[in-house]
Write a protein that binds this ligand. Structure first.
Ligand code: AHR
Length: 797
């Protein structure tokens, strides 16, 4: 079986051949299965007599709708296919049953389809009138496939087209088989293998310069990574800006009062007249009667505090009477025990900030904050905040020290922020705008997080840049390319997905925002935006070197236009900044191809690649970058991870990633940076698995994959030493599960040898060190090993 398919592979590589007993032409039926609302995409069946139809695949989707939200909206309804005078195949389908939105794509071989465009039906497409579309649609007919009636379009095509489609399915099946190999079957697969002998012979005479920026960190506010996570604020919903829209109405308990409650005779309302700031319109109004009363916040799943440590408490307040009134503030444990207390006095009718410090007497994981309210008074409160003084590097408005340290320990050469999809947002209104995230906290603009919760923006651009500086990493901000995420819902727009992008009339302002970001980061304190940075406490420029434009976007015309405008403007004003383009969410496909084409056309210095793939993909794609054209853009592998069914982060996934990292080092002349994604995940609030570091309020739980990143991050080089290798077993499946990399750090003169073995048997490796002049070197060895499904392994020295 496999041999036959291997032959198919050979045939596919040398073009599609026809054989003597094959027809010259056939009828091709294009349709989709409406039983699953077109989720399997565009299907084909062929026939020579229009009677007997043979499904190709049989459910291989040659085009899948990429419109709008995952799940409910990526649907293909009533597709029709036609060939036109431009020698192209055109495919059009409806996107839903409720409005007139349609999708459009083209192909010249029915296999490779360009990125899709979405329109409101009735509006002319670029090249076809509504009349023409209706005429082609009316050619739909019903035929029976495997006894089931299906509706679609029939076209007569050369047999080579059909043969090409069949071979594409076979080749895809074959490679999927390889890529789905896991260690579960390895014991059987390698039953006869006892051990492997490997000789590695480095050739020190031909070192290759490689990037010294290879391993970095990808930070996104996903899985409560920011609020309730890295951002050290302990009060949840401090600004009363939680909104049912954060959860799109799915959680009826999620509103501006979330995480707050009262005890005693208190009426608790949210008001928004004369707010602290227009960006922060809500505040709490508490009408207190007689008797003891308190306003309570439970933090993010409780407030974790440590004995002997100090916490900065602050709030903005005003009272109706304007008389001096005392507020007692305290931290209380589950049993009502007082952990810390202090007081502050309200004395004004207008907003005033009060500060006090709470010194904690006992370590607890789940304290609550209580503000004891003055009797017979009406008071307004906002921005109620509690920060550990021992934040990372003791910064104010700082980061949780243990989490920040675990990131710092990776020795990341760069930190990417603010995402991921958070950067381009769920709809145009949700695009992340850096200017909303700087300055005093009460003036920052909180917003809905596309992962289904709330972003205070307390962890904003200033804090990201400061963190990078604190850990010696280059900041890599990613700005939207003038389009939101292609997976966006409509949110009031006629179309979902990219929603036609930021309107052209607003693009100049948007581009100016991007230019202002660079001035804010790098300009002197005498520049408009440099002055703003200086006023925040950082007179020295941050020395920004990189900026990413776009995040794995659909490379539509709407995207291309906007990306090009932003790219040209940044390049012209800041020629020294390395601009990073984007080439879609996969390692292949139309966004990858068209993204690369655009980057090559515009001479974009670097592109951001993303792929979440199986360990098998990493095993069989070690030469992915060896074939890259060195004269084109450099690569930033901005998001990657090995995904197994069930999505664990275990030794198997970690070793697959380690195999890939050795390939990245070997290709460090073209791959400039790489970051595993996502970085952080809070237990109980995780939307995505696997992640690199899990945590709760008190404990940081690095995964096995974390230690692989750390081993590569802490042991980076800037020169790659090529090696010859000899294996005792030449079986490709054996060889592909062993990887190595030899690099040198020319600054420290360290030689670093990494070896990865994903086989269920020992690899006895002999390294010929004669190529190096070594006199009594200090040798250290670190080993990470265990069973493939182990999740909490740590390296041993
Ligand atoms: O890393 C999680 C998500 O994966 C990112 O937000 C997005 O860019 C990708 O699809």
């Amino acid at each position: 079986m496999k041999k036959i398919i291997l032959l198919v592979l050979a045939i596919a590589l040398s073009g599609v051949a026809t054989f003597a007993n094959e027809p010259d032409s056939a009828y091709l039926f294009a349709y989709t299965k409406m039983q699953n609302e077109g989720r399997s995409g565009l299907l084909f069946a062929w026939s020579t007599d229009k009677e007997n139809w043979h499904a190709i695949g049989p459910e291989f989707g040659f085009v899948k709708s990429d419109y709008s939200r995952w799940g409910s909206e990526k649907r293909m309804i009533k597709p029709f296919l036609f060939y036109d005078t431009d020698s192209l195949w055109h495919c059009i389908w409806n996107l839903n049953n409720t409005d007139e939105a349609i999708a459009y794509t083209t192909s010249n071989d029915l296999q490779y389809w360009i990125p899709q465009s979405y329109f409101i039906s009735g509006n002319d497409l670029d090249i076809f009138s509504a009349e023409k579309i209706n005429a082609e649609r009316s050619k739909q007919q019903q035929i029976s496939i495997l006894g089931k009636p299906e509706s679609g379009t029939v076209n007569k095509v050369p047999w080579t087209i059909v043969a090409g489609l069949i071979k594409k399915v076979q080749l895809t099946d074959y490679r999927n088989q390889l890529w789905s190999e896991t260690t579960k079957e390895d014991v059987r697969r390698f039953a006869n293998l006892k051990s492997v002998e490997v000789s590695i012979i480095p050739d020190a005479s031909k070192p290759k310069k490689i990037s010294d920026m290879l391993v970095g960190a990808f930070f996104e506010d996903i899985n409560y990574a920011a609020d309730g996570g890295l951002y050290a604020e302990l009060i949840q919903n401090r600004d009363f800006e939680y909104d049912p829209a954060d959860k799109e109405g799915r959680d009826k308990n999620w509103n501006s009062k979330t995480a707050w409650r009262t005890t005693g005779d208190v009426v608790f309302n949210i008001e928004s007249e004369s707010p602290l700031h227009l960006n922060n319109k809500n505040y709490a109004v508490l009408k207190v009667g007689t008797g003891a009363a308190a306003f309570i916040n439970d933090g993010f799943d409780g407030i974790a505090v440590k004995a002997g440590e100090r916490y900065d408490f602050s709030l903005f307040t005003k009272s109706v009477s304007g008389k001096n009134k005392k507020l007692m503030v305290r931290l209380v444990d589950k049993d009502g025990g007082i952990l810390a207390e202090s007081s502050a006095t309200i004395s004004t009718k207008s907003w005033k900030k009060l500060n006090t410090v709470l010194l904690v007497n006992k370590t607890v994981a789940d304290a609550r904050l209580e503000i004891l309210l003055p009797q017979n008074e009406v008071i307004a409160l906002d921005m109620i905040s509690l920060f550990p003084q021992k934040a990372f590097k003791n910064r104010k408005n700082g980061l949780r020290a243990d989490l920040a340290q675990s990131i710092a320990d990776l020795h990341p050469k760069f930190v990417r922020f603010p995402g991921g999809c958070v950067a381009h947002g769920d709809g145009i209104e949700n695009i992340y705008h850096w200017k909303n995230t700087i300055g005093v906290l009460e003036a920052r603009k909180p917003q809905r997080n596309l992962w289904g919760y709330h972003q205070t923006a307390g962890l904003g651009y200033y804090e990201y840049f400061q963190f990078c500086e604190d850990i010696g990493a280059e900041p890599v901000p990613i700005v939207a390319a003038g389009v939101p995420c292609q997976n966006s819902a409509k949110h009031g727009h006629p179309l979902g997905g990219q929603q036609c992008g930021i309107p052209m009339s607003e693009m100049d302002d948007y581009i100016q925002d991007v230019l202002d970001l660079i001035e804010w980061a790098n300009g002197g304190a005498n520049t408009k935006w440099g002055k703003v940075r200086a006023a925040s406490g950082h007179p020295k420029p941050f020395d920004l070197k990189y900026i990413g434009i776009g995040n794995e976007d659909l490379i539509s015309k709407v995207f291309e236009e906007r990306f090009t405008m932003i790219y040209k403007a940044v390049k012209e004003k800041y020629p020294d900044i390395t601009i990073i383009g984007t080439v879609g969410p996969f390692f292949e496909g139309s966004d990858y191809e068209e993204g690369w084409k655009l980057a090559t056309k515009l001479n974009v210095p670097m592109v951001d690649e993303h792929y979440y793939v199986s360990p098998g993909w990493f095993i069989y794609n070690q030469n992915f970058y060896d074939k890259y054209d060195r004269s084109k853009s450099k690569v930033y592998l901005g998001e990657y991870a090995a995904h197994l069914p069930g999505r664990p982060n275990n030794l198997e996934t970690a070793l697959a990633e380690a195999i890939h990292l050795t390939a990245l080092e070997r290709n460090g002349d073209v791959v400039h940076m790489a970051s595993y994604a996502p970085l952080l995940a809070k237990e109980g609030h995780t939307q995505w698995n696997p992640d690199m570091i899990y945590f709760n309020n008190t404990t940081v739980k690095p995964t096995t994959g974390y230690y692989v990143q750390k081993m590569f991050g802490q042991n980076a080089g800037d020169e790659y030493i090529p090696c010859k290798t000899v294996f005792s077993d030449n079986n490709e499946k054996v060889k592909n599960r062993i990887a190595w990399s030899v690099v040198r750090d020319t600054k420290t003169n360290e030689l670093i040898i990494k070896m990865v073995n994903l086989l269920p048997v020992n690899a006895n490796v002999a390294i010929d060190m004669s190529a190096f002049q070594l006199s009594n070197p200090l040798v250290t060895k670190t080993v990470l090993s265990g069973k493939p499904d182990e999740r909490n392994l740590t390296p041993v020295q």
